[in-house]
Design a protein around this ligand. Sequence first.
Ligand code: Q46
Ligand code: ZN
Ligand code: ZN
Length: 310
Amino acid sequence: MKCRKCGAKASVNMRQHKLALCKEHYLEWVPEQTERFIKKYAMFSHDEKILVAVSGGKDSLSLWDILVRLGYRADGLYLGLGIDGGIAYSSESHRLTKEFADRNRLTLHVVDVEAEYGQSIPVLAEVSHRGHGKPCAVCGLTKRHEMNRIARDMGYDVLATGHNLDDEASVLFGNTLTWSGDYLLRQSPVLPEVPGLARKVKPLCRFYEREMTAYALARGIPYIYEECPFAEGSSTIYYKEILNQLETARPGAKLTFYLSFLEARKQGLFSEPQPTADYLHPCDNCGQPTSAPGLCSFCRMIEKTKLPQS
Ligand code: Q46
Ligand code: ZN
Ligand code: ZN
């Protein structure tokens, strides 16, 4: 297989795009495509300040790398979840994230959940009795809350996450199985800002997971290979396997599934999202918008975990 651009030996073959590229041209192609998606979905401009949520994995570190290479003003946010799982998951992912930031002289904000709220994620999940023995519900709630808090308090215009096509297609598949209208409406490369919440964007949402792995390897970015130990057995992973089988038989199926969904929504298959700001009001404690009166669900959870001590 030869590189389409220079004829040298290709190192990445993308059957789904009928495109093979050598390493050098692949490292040009990925940022070019990212810039195209940023513009296509009007994600952000070069004047805006971007906060990249980095986990130490290949996607978020690559996203940060790409945005910096494209000349955007992008800082990082790492959330210390306090997850060990026998592989020192959190400390190892923190180390790799910090190394990346130091090596590239980038600004990294770090929030340690235990230092901030008194408990690590697994303990918060246990004492709050949320999530049926898995900390993922509490983890997701906390991550969203903390990303929003830092973006707002530190004056960022946009919050960028490293979700790739496999992540998006898997979530879409799950939401389609149950026709979860609300979730389908909100699954988008861009979520506009509402009062109290920064705009959210997913610049990598059209890249296959293996394309991001190839990018991280070609750029020589050290990242954590292991998934979070609590991800094992999740439906997201199961749906990814199913979609991979489909992709093997029909190259491009995953991308078509996702893009057709975006197109169908644009054409009005679903109703437009309601302007949420009208019925949301600020949480009494943290000020983030919430639909419940009083405290938002994150602050309610934290209150609950404090009860036994008071
Ligand atoms: S939610 Fe669950 Fe993830 Fe949190 S506890 Fe791990 S697997 S990191 S995306
Ligand atoms: Zn080439
Ligand atoms: Zn709150």
